[in-house]
Structure formats: structure tokens, C-alpha cells
Ligand binder design. Structure first.
Ligand SMILES: Cc1cc2nc3c(=O)[nH]c(=O)nc-3n(C[C@H](O)[C@H](O)[C@H](O)COP(=O)(O)O)c2cc1C
Length: 165
């Protein structure tokens, strides 16, 4: 069985999450003869030949990156390869409700586009502190850590996928 963990990442956060998911699937899948590949989406010609896809993108402007959506539409939709999606958002847990709603709406849209069986939202990381006006617009507190990733949640999600295979 071949699994592809494919990601797009601007500042490395989603890439690190994808690699961790790949490690977990590799470790859990060893006895089930599961072969795991982790790669950026721009190097993937076709998803045919894989038995399952785990696909990840950061959220920018309350949406996944446009290249990710294009990838889903062009290469995943209609491929009949089962897929799970994760997106990485700094604001989803801690920002204003209006942003949470917008992110969830975009996720549902891309989940449908890809025909994905599950879609998860992980907290992300910022490269530097937000200026006060941005904190006001987004509704985030001043003392929020730059790296909000919850590795326990990420690992549990990957373990759940491995168990279902
Ligand atoms: C230019 C830019 C725009 C962003 N816009 C959003 C956003 O609209 N909503 C959100 O929740 N996070 C936003 N973020 C935060 C990141 O998406 C998130 O923290 C993620 O970890 C970044 O992933 P990456 O390192 O793989 O690119 C933004 C970050 C940057 C740099």
C-alpha cells in the first residue's frame, strides 16, 4: 500500500507537520506493509498509483493557498484515490468568530472539491509577532505564542488514519 503525504508550505510550518504525519504513518504502517512518501505538491505529476493521500496547506487570507486548491481540482478530484486534508491556521482557534467561520467554509469547499473523507484544522505558527492593528482585526491576544502547533493533536490524527487502514 502506498501513501502520499503532499503539502504546500510558505514558511515551513505545514512541511514540518506533513513530515511528522509521514513519520507516524511510516512507523504505524511498518507491520501493514505501508510505504509512505512525503513531498511538496508542486513535484507531483499524478496521484494515480497511490492508495491514499494526506494533503496539507496553510491558510492565508482565510483560505488555503490558491495553488493547493488548483492541485485538488486538477489532480485529486475525480482520481478516486481516498484523501484526507489538513489545513494549518494561526487564527482558527484564537481569532474572531467571523474568521473561524470563513476558514471552516473554505475547508468545506475544498473537502468537497477533493472528495476527501476527512478534513482537520491544526493551529499554526507565525514568523514574527503581529502588529497591534492586526491583532485588533484578527482578535488575537498580545501574549499568544508564535508557535501554536499542538503536536499531540497532529500525532493523534495521523495515528487515527493509520489505524483505519
Ligand atoms: C502572509 C500570511 C497570511 C496569513 N493569513 C492567515 C489567515 O488568513 N488565517 C490564519 O488563520 N492564518 C494565517 N496565517 C498564518 C499561517 O497560515 C499559519 O500560521 C501557518 O502555520 C503557516 O504555514 P506555512 O509555514 O506552512 O506557510 C498567515 C500567515 C502569513 C505569513
Amino acid at each position: 500500500m502506498k501513501i502520499l503525504v503532499a503539502y504546500i508550505s510558505k514558511t515551513g510550518t505545514t512541511e514540518e507537520i506533513a513530515r511528522r504525519i509521514g513519520e507516524i504513518l511510516g512507523a504505524k504502517g511498518a507491520e501493514k506493509n505501508i510505504d509512505v512518501e512525503v513531498a511538496p505538491i508542486d513535484g507531483i505529476g499524478s496521484v494515480r498509483g497511490y492508495d491514499r493521500l494526506i494533503l496539507g496547506s496553510p491558510v492565508n487570507g482565510m483560505k488555503v493557498l490558491p495553488q493547493f486548491k488548483e492541485f485538488l481540482g486538477a489532480k485529486v478530484a475525480g482520481s478516486n484515490v481516498p484523501a484526507d486534508i489538513f489545513i494549518v491556521s494561526y487564527l482558527f482557534e484564537r481569532g474572531r468568530k467571523v474568521w473561524k467561520k470563513a476558514i471552516r467554509k473554505d475547508l468545506e469547499k475544498i473537502r468537497t472539491l477533493a472528495g476527501a473523507s476527512s478534513a482537520e484544522i491544526f493551529a499554526g505558527r507565525l514568523p514574527g509577532p503581529l502588529p497591534a492593528f492586526a491583532r485588533f482585526i484578527f482578535g488575537t491576544p498580545k501574549d499568544l505564542p508564535l508557535d501554536m502547533r499542538d503536536w499531540g493533536k497532529i500525532e493523534a490524527w495521523a495515528e487515527g488514519i493509520a489505524e483505519r487502514m
